[in-house]
Write a protein that binds this ligand. Structure first.
Ligand SMILES: CC(C)(COP(=O)(O)OP(=O)(O)OC[C@H]1O[C@@H](n2cnc3c(N)ncnc32)[C@H](O)[C@@H]1OP(=O)(O)O)[C@@H](O)C(=O)NCCC(=O)NCCS
Length: 392
């Protein structure tokens, strides 16, 4: 296989569902903006060089329905010849999209592709607008349809992840994110146009643009304050709004090119796409996914836990992130994991998350001058995914 190089990887800020700054900005606007921006920021690359867009989205319906991969490519002003598709692996959709885009380059089927992700949880809520579980199967296998929060409670209870440890983990995520924001360390974030509809005297609405510069869900807290929050998914449980990921709107894009095209155009590679793995696990404890996906991808790449300088392990819930970290023996490497916070502070825009964490991982690898980075997450239905990137 050929080498696939990342030549750009950026994201919009993540903004809270409904109450956040993107609550009137449609998903097509977020994703077309970030893809256009990714091309414009890449020295010596023109839209004419692109061949395909692979777009991750976890609930591709309503405003993010039809074929948003193609619609967003056209809205970004890319030429007709740039094709587009949508890929759904729930919370790994964005990473799946990047992997598929990279595979095309590795196989020699494309020279320059985009792997991206988008989710507006404001416009299309988790579960979709009109979920219709299979009538008989959902009776016999309700675990395929249960709330993700219930699976997080299952992980906490089955594997003894205490409320206090979850809250400590959540406080640390918020503190790291606040520190990174205050010190300008989110270098992968691009100030992004957002819209609001302002009522006019004549009863109509005027669409007004403003710029969003930062993730808007960061909320510093203490273990004492979080300890007082009520549980959300089970009366006697430990999972709260404070130690869960936030529901969020956002988009992210990564441009991938062959070595040959990099040489021809003079593109500057940031990283090499090394390997990607997915694995299934029990549906009712889907959060354990990274614990299995990370060793699998490491084995594929011939690397070990110690070789990895930056881990972006999605914080769907503190319980499952902590469980995975402990089982993998990563407790000694906490200073390499989610160094600028995770989804508890920054949000988890489902289908965007894999693409968002890739941008963050590559920025953080550069910041610490590391070599290898891992992006990993658990996935609804009972799966884990993990990808390895090597900084150039
Ligand atoms: C847990 C969940 C239901 C909470 O939703 P929510 O009620 O909208 O959450 P909010 O962020 O508005 O927080 C609710 C309240 O908790 C408290 N709270 C939350 N985080 C806090 C913090 N860090 N410090 C102090 N209080 C906090 C506040 O009182 C807050 O209300 P306020 O903002 O009006 O003051 C939602 O975030 C969720 O579903 N998360 C998981 C998403 C998911 O399953 N993703 C897929 C994973 S596979």
């Amino acid at each position: 296989m050929r080498d696939a190089y990342i030549v750009q990887s950026i994201r919009t800020p993540g903004c809270k569902q409904n109450r956040g700054l993107f609550n009137q900005t449609r998903p097509e606007e977020l994703i077309s903006f970030i893809m256009k921006e990714a091309v414009e920021r890449t020295k010596n690359l023109s839209p004419e060089d692109l061949e395909d867009v692979m777009l991750g989205c976890a609930f591709p319906e309503g405003e993010q329905g039809l074929n948003l991969g193609r619609i967003a490519a056209k809205m970004a002003g890319f030429p007709d010849k740039v094709s587009g598709a949508v890929v759904n692996r729930f919370c790994a959709s964005g990473l799946e999209a990047i992997s598929l885009a990279a595979l095309r380059v590795q196989a020699g089927w494309s020279e320059v592709t985009i792997g991206a992700g988008v989710e507006s949880m404001t416009f299309v809520p988790m579960g979709g607008n009109a979920p219709r579980p299979h009538p008989e199967y959902s009776q016999t296998n309700p675990e395929m349809y249960i709330s993700m929060g219930v699976t997080a409670e299952n992980v906490a209870q089955r594997y003894n992840v205490s409320r206090e440890d979850q809250d400590k983990f959540a406080v640390a995520s918020q503190a790291k994110a606040a520190r990174a924001r205050d010190n300008g360390l989110f270098t992968e974030v691009v100030p992004t146009p957002a819209f609001k509809y302002v009522p006019q005297a004549d009863g109509t609405y005027k669409k007004e643009e403003f710029i969003v510069e930062h993730d808007d869900g960061i909320r510093e807290s203490t273990v004492e304050i979080l300890g007082k929050l009520r549980t959300v998914f089970s009366a006697v449980g430990s999972v709260t709004a404070g130690n869960s990921s936030q529901t969020t709107d956002g988009a992210a894009a990564t441009i991938i090119a062959s070595k040959e095209k990099c040489d021809e155009l003079g593109l500057e590679p940031i990283a090499k796409f090394v390997s990607y793995a997915t694995v299934g696990c029990k549906s009712d404890e889907m959060g354990v996914g990274p614990r299995y996906a990370i060793p699998k991808v490491l084995e594929q790449a011939g690397l070990s836990i110690d070789d990895i300088d930056i881990y972006e392990i999605n914080e769907a819930f503190a319980s499952q992130a902590l469980y995975s970290i402990r089982e993998l023996g990563l407790d000694n490497y906490m200073d390499r994991i989610n160094i600028h916070g995770g989804a508890i502070a920054l949000g988890h825009p489902l289908g965007c998350t894999g693409a968002k964490l890739t941008a963050t991982c590559l920025a953080n690898l550069k910041e610490v001058n590391g070599k290898y980075g891992i992006v990993s997450m658990c996935i609804g239905g009972g799966m884990g995914a993990a990808a390895i990137f090597e900084k150039i």
